[in-house]
Design a protein around this ligand. Sequence first.
Ligand code: ADP
Length: 435
Amino acid sequence: MTASTAELAAGFSRTRSAARAKRAPEHAVKFTLIAVVTAYGLLFLPTGIRLEYGDVWVAALLSAALLGLTLFWSTFPRLATLAIPVGYIVLAAFLREAAGGAASGFGGLFLLPVLWLAVTAGRRELAAILVAMVAAQAIPLALGGPHYPASGWRGALVLTTVAAVTGLMVQRLSADARRRTTLLQEQTDWLTRASAQLAAQNERLLELDRLKDEFVATASHELRTPLTSLSGYLEMSLDPAEGPLSPTRESHLRIVQRNANRLTALVDQLLFLARADSHPLELDRHPVDLEEILNEAVETAQPAATAKNISLVVTGDPLPDVPADRPQLLRVVDNLVANAVKFTPDGGTVRLAARHAGDSAVLEVTDTGLGIPHAEQSDLFNRFFRGTNAIEKAIPGSGLGLAISRVIAEAHGGTIQLDSTPGVGSTFRLVLPLA
Ligand code: ADP
């Protein structure tokens, strides 16, 4: 049990015993009424035994007192706890006496206070009442009244034993039931607390989410604005119409421009992923011609491919249009082709192919490049992951391209798969549902 659960259990049992001391046990009044009415009903059964009406009246007064005690339990709870069962014993003794002593059959009435205390009190009280019950039966036997034959001892003994066994069993069962209720109460309290904690955490997460959205919006503006201005002025400075530049200065400005472009691309990638984390990617789907996408990607990658003497080849079947967000789809294919060119040594080949596979369209980008070590293939789509091939050969990149591509593919209900053999080449496969 943890400290808080122990506290809870202790608190719970405190309130239980406090409640037990102040309030009458549940059904106390009903129990007394039923016991008294039943006893009187049985008393008047036609047994042929003459009733002692003096004792009948004393028993009636006692019954009324018992009922009063039960009704006003909360005024004197301590007195009531012991007085009621003792009252039952005296009542049982009087009824027994009124109905002809040991032959009356009323010995069974002594079970009532035992049952009562078995449910409402502890072991000690139960033992005390058993002693009182024995005394109540033994005294008339010992005094040897005319209604009490010597064989009455056995009846008294049988009754006491049955009362003890029954009382202990009832006590055990009700203790078990109480323990189970306490446990259930603890569990309910724990669940209530846990759900309150979860609600608070959820509230905090929503707040964080809101802060993140705010940050993305601010960062988007604060980072992009100076970069746009930087790129604009660089373009103007490199414009021959603005006057000649020394070759050194022009080369410096071109380096600045390349880096500004890289920075812009990185900011875009970071903002894309930050947004994708808080909101599902919104797609503007229209029928898209995949052949067109492949040709556009080739056009974009052509300068880099030409610089490395890499052939870009487009093959494949004619395919029906695919419902997709065109710019996002192009972003994925551009990224796959750019990677293929980046990671293929000079003179290699990059093939782009589109084909049908069941209900899907498959776009494949295959290169004759460095390939990817098997151990790294499962990490490839993690953010900022860069393979040893990129690090060892100092191939520039951010490690975000494939993570973004996967987000876009999955938003379309598709996947990106990979086959790669180190030193031979890689195939990245974008699978998109046709409908
Ligand atoms: P980046 O290319 O900017 O490093 P990506 O997320 O696009 O980031 O790719 C992650 C890593 O996957 C790369 O660093 C590289 O190790 C590996 N990779 C991606 N495409 C290829 C490819 N065609 N051939 C070999 N390795 C690749």
